[in-house]
Design a protein around this ligand. Sequence first.
Ligand code: NAD
Length: 474
Amino acid sequence: MTVVQLQFTALDEISKVHERLRKTFESGITRPLQYRRTQLLQIAHFIQDNWKAIEDAIISDYGRSRSEMSELKTVFDHAIHAAQDLEEWSKPEKPKVEDWLAGWDPTIYPTPKGTVLIISPWNAPYFTTFSPLIGAMAAGCTALIKPSELCPATSQLLADLFPKYFDSNAYAVVNGAVAEATRLLELKWDHILYTGAPKVARIVAAAAAKHLTPLTLELGGKCPVLIDDDVDIDLVAKRVLYGKQFIAGQACISPDYVLVPPGKMETLIAAFKKYYSTFWPKGPLNEGYSRIIAPHHHARLKNMLEHTKGDIVLGGEIEGSERIAPTIVKNVPLDDILMEEEIFGPILPLIQVSGMEEALNIVKELSSPLAIYVFTNSEKLKETLLNSTASGALCFNDTLSHAGVRELPFGGIGESGYGCHGGKYSFDTFTHRRSYANVPPAGEPFMAMRYPPCKDEVYQALTAPTRAEIPKPW
Ligand code: NAD
């Protein structure tokens, strides 16, 4: 395996790139729909022409299996659909107004916000970079991408290929780590979309606040799995293990912990064992299963396994400073190290609960995650979850798959972030809805009453509605 050296962008180059993108936006070149559509379809060409190179780079970065490249298809589909739907999305809206206002032609114009910054992480580099970029392009913005330094092959490939596919005056890549990101954040952007860890998100939010820049934060959190009494435990084990092993548990929507109802623990563990040997007949470390991205994350996960009060019932193998087998731990108490923060790795704690009420209380007690997974056949329970918990998404009877629905927004709430992207939601993120009214001079006789000095009859007319009866709640 060759380790790619990522070429960092020179610090004094960064403000020049920003200036170039800003000038391009101001020139108006990115506004016509034809231009936007051409750039969007270039994303599809980018993916189609370079699929193998993209896969190879991701595999070189963290050994991900070729079967886990679904994000490339997602990006491809999103780009094509955005190009197709663009005209509809950008149509001015005519709101329904009172009759006397119709002559003002009240209209809402979707307008591009300007020059935007997209900072992405290493773990789903195409989805987290291109899903926002598609929105920025569709909206008519210019955009700068800052990919993660932790996936050097991927980030270098993006920098190499971008100028070949996109208008370099409008879309650019800056590579680097904290120093480069800090320099980027000193500049004034018209929107920032940051995907990554909550600790860094606070730095990004403080920098954005200095310029009053609108911000979208796509973060992570502890996504729980709840299990009802009447479900097929075999299917639960298969779907949860699949979700957990995806990129070795290093996805923002990985199932983080499982709340197991009374009497189901041993059946669940037996089912996990069955699927463990079906998924990896030679053991996960001998097959196409992701590495842990960086030594410091490997050390963090190893430390968790060394200090958990729970019992490892499956997995636990640790290899070098890169690999950890999917590991299932039972008898995990709530004050365990595994429950302190997002695990973001292939360790799955099983927590025994007395029933659904306790499971719900635990979920409500912890900060709101990006997804809650619930295995149930009960419509009543689905409603309870909808009405009494908070999370970016609620997915019943599976893990991860809600993220594949293009029409659903992808985003968090509270500690898992704010704002969203995906399909039309990406377009909306980078679009300002500009109000328009054209008040005809011919209305002057009617409008004349508003001018000072205040006349009593005008005041009476103005306040009359507030003395009328307010409708009863219905
Ligand atoms: P990270 O926060 O370490 O890095 C993300 C980006 O931030 C990188 O481009 C990095 O260079 C940049 N960065 C790092 N330090 C910075 C600083 N001081 N100032 C400005 N930028 C800085 O995140 P990561 O380890 O790459 O990703 C893991 C986290 O991301 C997890 O918490 C995961 O749940 C979350 N995540 C969320 C989503 C989502 O869509 N909600 C998707 C993937 C990952």
